[in-house]
Design a binder for this molecule. Structure first.
Ligand code: K7E
Ligand code: CUA
Length: 678
């Protein structure tokens, strides 16, 4: 080997070399099996020359080879981690395997999605989507930002994932038994949100923070009266794990000053029972650039300090349950003055229009980055508690007590330009995205993390440049009490030059960083284009924590009630019944036919149609579509579903299965014949 392979594969890359040898021996055995080689292979030296030739031909560097070996996941091999990434203004969630960075699934959440039969007639999905309609307005998209996996004891438990819709102020619940959306709730206070969703360590509460101040319940008020009539909010949705649903009637909100509340994080371990939300626009700028007023971006950036909102959630729950609330659109709200009087809300000054707040795995520190400040500011929960106990506060315009910055800050660390979001690993490091540089900064934590790393506490140790506009970063198990480290994804907006040009609208780019080995340079090892809405945040769970069903537990399962459907159709029970002008159809689907295959009805009939997929095999999903009537279902093995429509148009409509389910899939069809009315 007189090549760079020989020269460059030193001891540091022996792992990579080992894996390469494994690949090579695999190639040899393939060849011995009679693979199409073109050249005779008589030993590993020649085969390694072959790998060399491929590397040379493709212009791959040793670093490229290493990256490939770290991420290449042979066919049939599963990933170690699963990332749940927001789908931005596609309104959905992406499910991505790591380290392969293969996109495995999209979960339809706020936007109708045909492959999953989500929002095209199937009753359960129509009801879920309708749960997010606003006062009769049909909302058919969302702007998803922050997915949150359910937690038990502060660790992801793999049971549920939640996500918010920034555009319309909604929260969705997805059950990870079948990766389907079960519930969408509309926030009654605000048309939009941003600081959602975040969970408390046992998923008793889902946190949805607000964003742009507006009158609660979005009633009209002149913007000239912003300070009097506009408000901010944070909402705590009660989650019931047994039913897998948010209990709206046990949820509540807290009225806040009309600052723009941003992201939140729940306390954990020592800070369990507390919640932290950053904010900006404490200037209460109201824009109006067309009238000579300062534009929002200038008006909202004047103050040196905005306010982190610190909530005593345990106390807030007590107050809400005692009924010391007002109602807005029928929803209980703890008024701002009550929140102050009950000592459940404090402000902590935070520099320069911060974005996000992240609690360290031990719950002892809150990390905030000012978008216009090159530091991360680390606050001590213990110091906050001491300051609260000591009293002697100053108060903001709305009477909220302010803890003195110097009393509660632990340290400020200069990390670089445009710091945004912070994640954690298992080696005492924190990682902060730097939007303006753009790069990911690695710095050391102090306190209980001191012994995990060799460097000085609270010190910047490395920066890895990433490709363009990094927003959030996500580390494996990164928001838990016990992060894994290993991998970190840099979620970059607008992949200007990484991929082939596909026109003026740019895809996004997820870059995978190897943060597994301490003290190394945490190189970028993969680029994954995201061909859809702008993902904001993601959470990454160990794959072995997920245990979704392969098929529904019993024939006739209704995924939206979690029970056998009352209209389950077993084989042999198929029928069509007429009652006046109402026609009800009970149909089964099995490879490779629907029963019945003829449905004869009359124009003007109201049709109620039940289908049960009676299969028990893993790979036996059937679709069902009817042209003209916009009906499109996906019926997984065991699933029972129902749809209804009015037969307004007469004619002959061939319905068919949309999944290529067998060799005779094309024959899985039938005719609906609608006789004209006179
Ligand atoms: Cu895009 Cu968390 Cu909505 Cu930051 S947010 S980047
Ligand atoms: Cu069932 Cu194709």
């Amino acid at each position: 080997m007189n090549s760079w392979l020989a020269k460059n594969l030193n001891i540091k890359t022996f792992v990579g070399l080992f894996a390469l040898i494994m690949l090579i021996s695999l190639a040899v055995s393939c060849r011995e099996d009679g693979g199409d080689t073109g050249t005779e292979a008589s030993g590993s030296a020649e085969v390694s020359g072959n790998a060399q030739a491929i590397a040379d031909a493709r212009g791959l560097t040793p670093a490229d080879i290493e990256a490939a070996l770290k991420t290449y996941t042979p066919s049939g091999t599963h990933d170690d981690y699963i990332m749940f990434a927001s789908g931005g203004h596609s309104g959905q969630i992406y499910v991505i395997g790591m380290p392969s960075m293969r996109i495995i699934k999209t979960i339809a959440v706020f936007t109708p999605e045909p492959w999953q039969g989500y929002g095209y007639g199937a009753e359960g999905t129509m009801e879920v989507l309708a749960g997010g309609n606003i006062d009769g307005s049909n909302i058919t998209w969302g702007d998803t930002h922050h997915p949150a996996l359910s937690e038990t004891g502060g660790d992801y438990d793999g049971e549920f994932v939640f996500i918010n819709d920034k555009a319309n102020g909604r929260v969705a619940v997805i059950d990870l038994k079948d990766f389907e959306t079960k519930q969408i709730v509309k926030n009654p206070l605000a048309l939009g949100d941003h600081g959602g969703t975040f969970v408390t360590p046992d998923t008793e509460w889902l946190i949805e923070g607000g964003q742009y101040g507006s009158p609660l319940g979005w009633e009209y008020a002149s913007i000239a009266d912003y300070q009097e009539d506009y408000r901010g909010m944070v909402t705590f949705w009660k989650f019931d794990r047994a039913s897998g649903r948010i209990l709206e009637d046990q949820s509540f909100a807290i009225e806040l000053p009309p600052y723009w509340q941003d992201l939140c994080d729940a306390g954990k371990l020592v800070s369990d029972g507390w919640v932290f939300c950053n904010s900006f626009n404490t200037e209460m700028a109201t824009g109006g650039v067309e009238d000579g007023e300062p534009p929002f971006e200038a008006g909202a950036s004047q103050n040196d300090m905005d306010y982190m909102h610190v909530f005593n959630l345990d106390k807030a729950v007590e107050v809400a349950q005692s009924g010391n609330t007002i109602e807005v659109r029928g929803f209980p709200v703890i008024p701002l003055d009550t929140a102050v009087a009950e000592e459940l809300l404090y402000f902590v000054p935070e520099p320069k229009s911060p974005h996000g707040v992240d609690v360290t795995p031990d719950g002892a520190y809150m990390v905030v980055s000012g978008k216009l400040d090159p530091h991360v500011s680390v606050y001590s929960f213990e110091k906050m508690q001491d300051a609260i106990a000591a009293g002697g506060f100053e108060f903001d315009t709305y009477g909220v007590p302010i803890l003195a910055f110097d009393d509660v800050v632990e340290v400020q660390i200069e990390v670089g330009l445009g710091p945004l979001h912070t994640q954690f690993d298992d080696k005492g490091y924190a990682y902060t995205s730097l939007f303006l540089e753009p790069s990911v900064a690695r710095w050391t934590l102090g306190g209980s993390f001191s012994d995990l790393h060799e460097e000085e506490d609270w010190t910047l140790v490395h920066k890895t440049p990433v490709q363009y506009n990094v927003g959030h970063i996500a580390a494996a198990e990164g928001d838990t009490v016990s992060p894994d480290g290993q991998y970190l994804v840099s979620m970059n907006k607008w992949a200007i030059d990484r991929f082939n040009n596909v026109g003026p609208l740019l895809p996004q780019n997820f870059q995978l960083l190897d943060i597994g080995a301490p003290g190394t340079t945490m190189p970028v090892i993969y680029d994954l284009p995201i061909p859809d809405g702008e993902p904001h945040y993601a959470q990454i769970i160990r794959a072995d924590k997920l245990s979704p069903w392969e098929v529904y537990p019993e024939i006739g399962w209704n995924p939206h009630t979690g029970e056998i459907d009352e209209n389950v159709v077993q084989l042999g029970e198929e029928r069509i019944e007429r009652n006046g002008n109402q026609v009800e159809i009970w149909m089964t689907a099995v490879r490779s036919h629907f029963t019945p295959e003829h449905v004869e009805i009359k124009q003007g009939d109201h049709v109620i149609w039940h289908i049960t997929n009676v299969e028990r095999a893993y790979d036996a999903t059937h679709g069902f579509s009817i042209p003209y009537y916009n009906i499109n279902l996906s019926i997984e093995p065991g699933e029972a579903t129902t749809f209804e429509f009015d037969a307004t148009e007469d004619g002959v409509f061939a319905y068919y299965c949309t999944e290529f389910c067998s060799a005779l899939h094309l024959e899985m069809t039938g005719y609906m014949m609608i006789e004209p009315n006179e």
